[in-house]
Ligand binder design. Structure first.
Ligand code: SF4
Ligand code: SF4
Length: 378
């Protein structure tokens, strides 16, 4: 290496993976982890390991909302020769604890746990950690492997390794975090807090089929054909942003996490291994409507959010009155109307978009305020 180059401080490996075929995913995940030195670098023999997929909702694997179960299987197969003590779990916002079984079943993760002999756990006991109700299992394991999903996100712009760690905040307590931190910069600070608690030993991203547009649940599926891995969750998300043509530091959670020293977002300090980044660019990634605000100069973003509002709106024809949106809403802004449908009280709404995220019927869309429609003519 010539002396004028900055030394790499983080590494991100990338392998192509076109389908969720079991052999193909196992090989791609294995190669991505091998490029980082192999699973032995991240898991000690006989230790207790938690695999933390992104299970947002009770959605089938082909819906592309949750981490695909075959990626969970592929990671588990790398860990099993090192230790038999493998736990798997997540805590989706909006879901009552008693209903979490539905998420595990529908996502296909329960079946993989049964096949592979993994212990599926519920994040039921919160332990107060640095001011957050964190699932007790986090304190009981020796290491955590985050298995995120490559998607866009209406609140965070992108969702990947950093955002996946927020799942350890127990169930409906997540709503209180949104209430405490309604602005994107504040919520990015919450995500950085939680990342600093979880500290995954290894982060793997399921980018085989991900989501663009109105993610993380109501966007369009897109075949990216990629598996990414890194010991540095911030670097992993930064490479995802870079591949999509975004400046990582424009993504609030990446900016905040790097500012806190939780990882690096400086691309010149990240070594990309495996695929050539130029060959796997994610061209024309469709971002959520809300991301328009993040094109403003940073000091103006908060002002822009106040002036240019997005609101969630429930499509009554699609709404099944399941109540998930009301469960997650920390402001009790979602109310039942007379005909058993739901409606949102925009005066109460803090526009955290948690309701949009949890709706399994894609019945909640985000619409722009009248002022913004006038300005943008869109
Ligand atoms: S909007 Fe969606 S989450 Fe809310 S009650 Fe209707 S179907 Fe359920
Ligand atoms: S109604 Fe508003 S405050 Fe309630 S969850 Fe939805 S976006 Fe958040």
């Amino acid at each position: 290496m010539s002396s004028d180059k900055a030394p790499f401080i983080s590494r991100v490996s990338i392998k192509k993976c076109a389908t969720y075929g079991s052999e193909e995913t196992t090989a791609a995940v294995k190669e991505a982890v091998s490029l980082l030195g192999g699973m032995e670098r991240f898991v000690r023999p006989g230790s207790r390991v938690l695999l933390k997929p992104n299970l947002l909702s009770a959605r089938a694997p082909e819906e592309g909302v949750d981490t695909h179960p075959e990626i969970v299987r592929a990671v588990a197969r790398l860990v099993k020769p090192i230790t038999p003590h493998i736990f798997v779990g997540d805590s989706p916002g909006g879901w009552e604890l008693r209903d979490i079984e539905k998420v595990y079943e529908k996502s296909g993760v329960k079946a993989v746990c049964e096949d592979e002999g993994l212990r599926l756990v519920k994040f039921d006991k919160p332990v107060e950690t640095k001011g957050y109700p964190i699932a007790s299992v986090i304190t009981e394991v020796d290491s955590i492997i985050s298995i995120s999903k490559l998607k866009t996100h209406s609140t965070a712009i992108l969702t990947g390794a950093i955002k996946n760690t927020f799942g350890v905040v127990v169930g409906l307590h997540k709503a209180q975090c949104h209430l405490r931190a309604p602005m994107p910069a504040q919520f990015a600070s919450v995500l950085a807090d939680v990342l600093s608690i979880v500290k995954p030993a290894l982060s793997i991203m399921d980018g085989v089929i991900g989501m663009e547009g109105e993610g993380p649940a109501a966007g369009n599926l897109r075949n990216f054909g990629l598996i990414l891995a890194s010991a540095d969750a911030v670097a992993l998300d930064s490479v995802f942003a870079m591949l999509a043509g975004l400046d990582p530091l424009r993504v609030p959670m990446i900016y905040e996490a790097q500012k806190r020293g939780l990882g690096t977002a400086e691309l010149k300090k990240i070594e990309v291994l495996g695929e050539n980044a130029a060959d796997i660019r994610i061209r024309n990634l469709k971002l959520p409507k809300t991301s328009l605000l993040f094109n403003l100069p940073r000091p103006l973003i908060a002002l822009g959010i106040k002036a240019i509002k997005f609101y969630p709106r429930i499509d009554r024809n699609k709404c099944a009155a399941c109540g998930l949106c009301a469960n997650i809403c920390a402001r009790a802004a979602v109310k039942k109307t007379g005909n058993k449908k739901m409606a949102i009280d925009t005066d109460e709404c803090i526009r955290c978009f948690c309701c949009h995220e949890v709706c399994t019927y894609n019945a909640i869309t985000l619409y722009k305020s009248f002022l913004f429609r006038m300005i943008s003519s869109r």
